[in-house]
Design a protein around this ligand. Structure first.
Ligand code: HEM
Length: 527
């Protein structure tokens, strides 16, 4: 056979193979019977495109609105929007593992967050949960209060009753939570609130996450270094910058523990009791395992990233919704000021205690913000293990990737009346039909089960302390004009971003944000 005939034959074979693959995916694949966007039957590029645009959470909501509870969202991925699926997939004894997508999130060594499951994950999770337990939390509350007071000093004008200049909460809340996590994890004081030197850190995390969120769908881009560097130039630079910073921070923390000092340190302050010290000395009682120095790096990175970004989004969004919802603002401010009447607020540095944890309306305001604009609003994907998974009458075969998109289920009218209205009362006043129970059954901003968030308590302490401290010391309102609209939806924006009362996030692994721009006014406190 002549060379060109061989080439032609090879070409025909290739075309036939591709056609067969497309026919298989469309008609014979186990997920072929489920509806979904046409292009998503054939390629992960559909998901990658929305990850890159930062609207994956909205796209998932839109597709569930269009196709119903079961949506094929990628060739081998099924998203399901109901309570039964949520509890079947995200349970304590799951029939699933984290999907292979999570491998992309590994640095050199796996962490509690990135491991797919099994014993390796369990012993790590036990160690990390000791460092973040209620008991450990008590040692952190005073430190949280100190950072929050500093945040207040930055956003409030010095004199009472003077309206301050507009402040971008997406920036200031990120400085606050980064300072907090650096202190709680490494005892480090990078002082983003106080000076500009390290203020690039939240931005490099955001930029790097744009790339990672796309790689989760099409990991092979990372194999082609030149394409990766070309497509994600800024994100790759940001990631390298972030990695250099954190690796150096962890190394310096380890040095400081052994008494080594350097005037060139990122932060030359002495180590205290911190999450690092608990993790470095912890040993799993069952397996006898402890973290190696490499693992300490990857766990520390996870904690700083998982803990700062998400919490700052939750605080910014609570500020947004309160500034936007007058009745909720008045009610929560009254509750906090009453609770701390005659009790000098935060005297001795600690705001946390029975007064604050008793502020039920404040908690409802925070939960409602977490429902409306969940910091992780897209899909936390899981792979079904051998044996399959039963959801209702549907049998999902092993190997299928499944999830329940968080934003989509948080806006499902079967569980939340008027799901696009910010209404904190829904968490406190049952409408006589079991509405609170229904809402609780699908509320999952921290996910749930064996892979649920380990920093949930810490996050609530940070958010509640911040909002309460701010409202105790003064008031806030949106900036005037266009600045006051930053972060809002707009009727001209794409469908899903058209609601003006909704705080808009760009979902790149976790939610990225702009605004709200707020002006603060210190009040005259007469207890
Ligand atoms: C509002 C703030 C927070 C939100 C909304 C949040 C949300 C989540 C979610 C949804 C997951 C599951 C991720 C997945 O399955 O892919 C998760 C896991 C995790 N979170 Fe958080 N998180 C927050 C704050 C924190 C904080 C403050 C820390 C620690 C300091 C933390 C540490 C972790 C860790 C270690 C995991 C992995 C658990 C495991 O896989 O076993 N998070 N978080």
């Amino acid at each position: 056979m002549a060379a060109h005939s061989k080439l032609l034959a090879a070409g025909v074979c290739l075309v036939l193979l591709i056609v067969w693959r497309l026919v298989y995916l469309c008609f014979f694949h186990p997920l072929a019977k489920y509806p979904g966007p046409f292009i998503a039957k054939f390629s992960n590029l559909y998901g990658a495109y929305h990850a890159w645009r930062g609207d994956a959470h909205l796209d998932m909501w839109r597709t569930h609105e269009k196709y119903g509870d079961f949506v094929r969202h990628m060739p081998n991925t099924l998203f399901i929007r109901n309570s039964e699926a949520l509890h079947a997939i995200f349970s304590i004894k799951p029939s699933v593992l984290k999907s292979a997508h999570y491998r992309v999130l590994e640095t050199n060594v796996a962490s509690t967050f990135s491991l797919r499951g099994g014993h390796d994950h369990l012993w790590r999770r036990r160690l990390v949960s000791t460092a973040l337990s209620e008991k450990a939390q008590r040692g952190m509350d005073g430190r949280i209060a100190v950072h929050v007071r500093k945040f207040c000093d930055m956003v409030f004008p010095k004199e009472a009753k003077v309206l301050g200049k507009p402040m971008d909460m997406s920036e200031w809340c990120s400085y606050l939570t980064f300072d907090l996590m650096a202190d709680l994890v490494f005892s480090a004081s990078y002082n983003l609130l106080g000076n500009e030197r390290f203020r690039y850190m939240p931005h490099v995390i955001d930029k790097s996450n744009v790339r990672m969120s796309v790689l989760v769908y099409i990991p092979f881009i990372a194999w082609f270094k030149y394409i990766d560097a070309f497509v994600f130039k800024e994100a790759s630079i940001a990631r390298n910058r972030f990695m250099r910073f954190v690796i150096r921070a962890v190394r310096e923390r380890a040095d400081r523990a052994t008494g080594k000092w350097s005037s060139q340190s990122l932060d030359p302050c002495p180590p205290r009791n911190d999450i690092y010290s608990t993790l470095a000395t912890a040993k799993d009682p069952d397996s006898g395992k402890s973290f190696s120095s490499q693992e300490m790096v990857s766990e520390s990175i996870t904690l700083v990233v998982a803990g700062s970004d998400t919490t700052s989004t939750a605080i910014s969004s609570t500020f947004f919704y309160l500034a936007d919802t007058k009745h909720a603002y008045r009610k929560v401010a009254r509750e906090i000021r009453e609770a701390f009447k005659n009790k000098p607020f935060g005297e001795g540095g600690v705001a946390w205690g029975p007064e604050l944890s008793g502020c039920a309306y404040l908690r409802a305001c925070v939960d409602e913000a977490l429902r409306m604009s969940p910091p992780n609003g897209a899909a936390l994907t899981r792979e079904v293990m051998p044996g399959g998974l039963k959801i209702g009458r549907q049998y999902i075969p092993a190997g299928t990737v499944v999830s329940v998109p968080v934003y989509a289920i948080h806006h499902d009218p079967r569980y939340f009346v008027e799901p696009f209205s910010y209404y904190p009362e829904r968490w406190l006043e049952d409408d006589g039909t079991g509405s609170i129970k229904r809402a609780r059954s699908v509320f999952n901003p921290f996910s749930m089960g064996i892979r649920g968030c380990l920093g949930r308590n810490l996050a609530y302490h940070e958010i509640l302390t911040t909002v309460a401290t701010v409202l105790y010391f003064g008031d806030f309102q949106f900036a005037e004009g266009d600045l006051g609209k930053v972060g809002r939806g707009s009727p001209q924006a794409q469908y899903g971003r058209h609601r003006e009362n909704e705080y808009q996030l760009r979902d790149h692994l976790s939610g990225q944000k702009n605004g709200p721009w707020l002006r603060f006014r210190r009040r005259n406190i007469v207890d």
